[in-house]
Design a protein around this ligand. Structure first.
Ligand code: FES
Length: 231
């Protein structure tokens, strides 16, 4: 009995050492795993944040690009297409010009057709008015006067009135006719006499008011500068 106890103690010592070593190794491996996992999750978070930021920037840039590429739509206000009633309802040739303040123009119907004159004086941009007695446009600021077709009669304005192109649309919105783009100089009136003759709604008598109407639009985004007058 006495001789077996020291042998058992001698056999147990290496076993304990082996177990201790195993526990130590396991502990070290666990620490290594934890150390490796911690920076990885931080990197993941950082990467997600960067990707999210880049995504937001790309979306924002896309929206800005779309806004830049698509022209602004001004509905019925100055700077866009402005409704000016119907051809059939417009004043007859030679009648007093009609003011359209929301579009900043005067619509004229002469024997030659329709014209739209910018309502700002070409001297210092005061708003002028129509003088029925004189049959002229008169500027209240410094007295410039313009003929019915927008030519300077007397200064200080040195330039004829600016104009806008006129468009005619069928009831469903199809473009029928518009002021042709000419070279330099003022725009020619848009002829309408033939359309008025053909349109039942434009005729007097029993058929008056019947049939589709022709809408008038003025394109206030495309101002044509009036010509300088020779001194
Ligand atoms: S602003 Fe019209 S005459 Fe001066």
């Amino acid at each position: 009995m006495k001789s077996s106890q020291p042998r058992a103690a001698a056999d147990g010592a290496p076993l304990q050492r082996v177990l201790r070593n195993q526990r130590h190794n396991q502990h070290q491996r666990r620490q290594q795993c934890e150390q490796a996992a911690a920076p990885l999750s931080r990197r993941g978070l950082l990467l997600s944040g960067v990707l999210l930021g880049v995504g937001l920037i790309v979306c924002r840039l896309g929206a800005m690009l779309r806004a830049l590429l698509s022209p602004p739509v001004h509905k019925n206000t100055f700077g866009g297409l402005v409704d000016a009633g119907t051809l059939e309802g417009s004043a007859s040739p030679g009648a007093a010009p009609r003011a359209f303040p929301q579009g900043r123009f005067w619509l004229l119907h002469n024997e030659e057709g329709l014209s739209a004159l910018h309502s700002s004086c070409t001297h210092l941009e005061c708003l002028f008015s129509w003088d029925q007695e004189q049959q002229l446009f008169v500027c209240p600021c410094h007295g410039s006067r313009f003929t019915r077709s927008g030519e300077v009669l007397n200064g200080p304005a040195r330039r004829n009135l600016d104009q806008f192109p006129v468009r005619l649309l069928a009831e469903e919105g199809r473009l029928l006719r518009e002021t042709p783009e000419a070279g330099a100089g003022s725009l020619q009136p848009l002829p309408v006499a033939d359309l008025l003759r053909q349109s039942p709604a434009g005729q007097s008598g029993e058929d008056a008011g019947a049939g589709p109407l022709i809408r008038i639009q003025v394109d206030t985004a495309r101002k044509r500068a009036g010509s300088l007058i020779s001194s």
